[in-house]
Ligand binder design. Sequence first.
Ligand code: NAP
Ligand code: FE
Length: 368
Amino acid sequence: MQFNFHCPTKIFFGLGAINTNKSALSKMGQKAIIVTGGSSSKVNKSLEDMMSALNSEGIDYKVFDQVEQNPSLSTVYAGAKIASEFGADFIIGIGGGSPLDAAKAVAVLATNDLSQQDLMAKKWVTQPLPIVAVPTTAGTGSEVTPYAVLTVDWAETKMSISGDELFPAIAFLDPRYTINLPWHITINTAIDALSHSIEGFISKRATVFSDLLALESISIIGQLLQTMNEDNVSLSEREELLYASMLAGIVIAQTGTNVIHSLGYPLTYYKKLPHGLANGVLLKAALIFMSKESPEKVESLLHAMDCTNIEEFGQLLTKVQPAGDLKLTIEEQQLFVQKTLATKNIANCPATPSEQDLYDILNNSNLV
Ligand code: NAP
Ligand code: FE
């Protein structure tokens, strides 16, 4: 047996995680920038909890609350300007994956004067500021990954930067912050997490250790998709989702994602599908593709989800995430396939998909 495993993030999980463990913040420095979205962190009290923890630890802070979904480069440059003018010692991301990823890019740009091209080419030389992450969706796992996904208009797609120094130093996970998530965001983000654990499980880079976490995450999300009630998701179900999403994040921190995320990015960039929905639309067809090379692994993940076959898996997904009527033109199909072939992550698949495989995935996803 041989594997590497790296998860340097100090994780505080549970109700009241910030308040109970706030002394950890003072080890990060004396000045912080909070990077967050426009409104949800104010409503779910995560921002308030963080501000009172910083106040009681005597840490000075400023709030940058301009992060949009699928954050743009201009947003992270604006956040970095505020961070360097303020002389921040560390960056706190609060929100869904968008603010958490934006916080990571702000942490890089606060200490490095980089052009957009050099940022995306990861040409920073100075250590980024340390990062604290507070997720308020249960999906991306960004609180435990070394990735930041950004919308790059000159590349006409979403691209990620990564590096060990982008792992948050601390993550506070409190399921109460996710309690008011509307059903469609709950489902889309849960499917994002499921997609992380499936892509990490069926990956060239999977290990015995990452598989352990991936299967646990798949099994938790699979059970919840069967049983959750749209009108009443309990706090303990929220807790399970947040835990499963964190596990899935730890998995992709080891393995990366692969074809589902690569093909999903153009669906988000050009067709505005939310990230988790873009993955969900492709999942069943991607499993059909993956089952050619890794039939046993597909079998065991279906078993973990209590599905007898891929068809049943597809029906479960359509039940929770009803298929839209999106159809791609021939030009769009060609463009999306070319964009996907240009990503490095498709090489993480046990067999790298060919152009024809990608057309088949689009076709089997009813996008054609
Ligand atoms: P998101 O884009 O961060 O947020 C989506 C929406 O949910 C926003 O309108 C946000 O409102 C709202 N929201 C967030 N928390 C809420 C809460 N507790 N209650 C009610 N509404 C809430 O969504 P996401 O799916 O978590 O993140 C997606 C992004 O993460 C994509 O850019 C994706 O590419 C990236 N991603 C990153 C990784 C990684 O490893 N770094 C992995 C997968 C995906 P506000 O704007 O008001 O906050
Ligand atoms: Fe994702």
